[in-house]
Design a protein around this ligand. Structure first.
Ligand SMILES: Nc1nc2c(ncn2[C@@H]2O[C@H](COP(=O)(O)OP(=O)(O)OP(=O)(O)O)[C@@H](O)[C@H]2O)c(=O)[nH]1
Ligand SMILES: [Mg+2]
Length: 297
């Protein structure tokens, strides 16, 4: 039997649940998740290989109108992911639609319209309805776009209907050789995931502009005695006042972030880790092209 393989991008508004779907689908937490919008900043690659198919899933930053350079770069990942994709999954979430009554901006609708690949709409967060009837307005609105080959309602949180999603993706996947080793989970390295885990803990523990002004750079990632790994990372902020908040009273906030991050990094790597965090200030880094480049954007 011929094998199928291809690249599948996940796009949609911030907070729609793209990264939660990505992790649930891959049964592995590779992409960071938070209740705040704009958690994902770069393309995250995850690979699912089964006997006769390989799905290379691409998680992307939520669609926004950029207000500063970092957001401009974040939005460049979306068309780039689409260009390399064989199938696109556009995520709509029940909660956002029930609050705003809006599906997606015209600009991004046009972008999706123009890609000549199969398009699957995902209606996420269906766990929030008591009755399926409540989904009808959103289903109708998606259907009226006349854009999608399929619509899959699911709950990434409850992991319902993910098998249907997989079947639908495979249906539209081209016949192709595998792109990566069957054992590969991602093309990204452990440094990337460690930095992302630290960034997630910043998103979960801090408020207002701090998570958006924070960048994480791994400085050292080395094995020390007895198989214990030493990781040191810089957390870069934009202002001195943010540094004080992130450190917290007697260092309580940074200790909390560091402890949560270390536990999760250890779980991810499956070995003990010593994590050291340094908080630095680089004025207005989000608008500085040279700094953004040096941070891998
Ligand atoms: N109730 C419910 N909440 C969900 C579901 N999927 C995701 N969420 C929540 O929605 C929030 C946003 O989830 P993310 O996966 O980070 O969303 P995203 O689309 O990746 O967001 P960005 O990276 O900011 O673009 C988190 O609080 C999730 O727990 C779902 O199926 N049901
Ligand atoms: Mg995300």
């Amino acid at each position: 039997m011929p094998v199928k393989a291809g690249f599948v991008s996940l796009i949609g508004k911030p907070n729609a649940g793209k990264s939660t779907i990505f992790n649930a689908f891959l049964e592995s937490k590779l992409s960071i998740v938070s209740p705040k919008p704009q958690t994902t900043r770069k393309e995250v690659v995850g690979i699912l290989t089964e006997n006769d198919c390989q799905i290379v899933l691409l998680d992307t930053p939520g669609l926004i109108k950029p207000k500063y350079k970092l957001q401009e770069v974040m939005m460049e990942y979306v068309p780039t992911s689409l260009e390399s994709s064989d199938v696109v999954l556009v995520v709509f979430d029940y909660l956002n639609y029930s609050k705003t009554g809006k599906l997606i901006s015209k600009e991004y609708l046009t972008m999706i319209e123009q890609v000549g690949i199969p398009k699957i709409a995902i209606l996420n967060k269906i766990d929030l309805v008591d009755s399926k009837i409540q989904l009808i307005p959103l289903l109708t609105a998606i259907n009226n776009l006349n854009l999608f080959d399929e619509i899959v309602p699911l709950s990434a949180k409850d992991k319902t209907n993910l098998d249907t999603l997989k079947e639908v993706i495979i249906k539209y996947l081209p016949e192709s050789h595998f792109y990566y080793d069957e054992e590969s989970l991602s093309t990204l390295n452990t440094k990337f995931f460690a930095a992302e885990i630290i960034r997630e803990k910043i998103f979960l523990n801090t408020e207002e502009e701090i998570p958006y002004s924070a960048e994480v750079q791994i400085q050292e990632f080395i094995e020390r005695e007895n198989g214990k790994w030493f990781i040191s990372a810089d957390i870069i902020l934009e202002k001195q006042s943010q540094k004080q908040i992130l450190i917290g009273k007697n260092g309580s906030m940074i200790k909390q972030i560091s402890s949560e991050a270390r536990i999760e990094i250890e779980k991810f790597l499956d070995y003990p880790v010593f994590l050291e965090l340094f908080v630095k200030v680089r004025k207005d880094w989000r608008n500085n092209t040279t700094m953004l480049k040096s941070y891998g954007y």
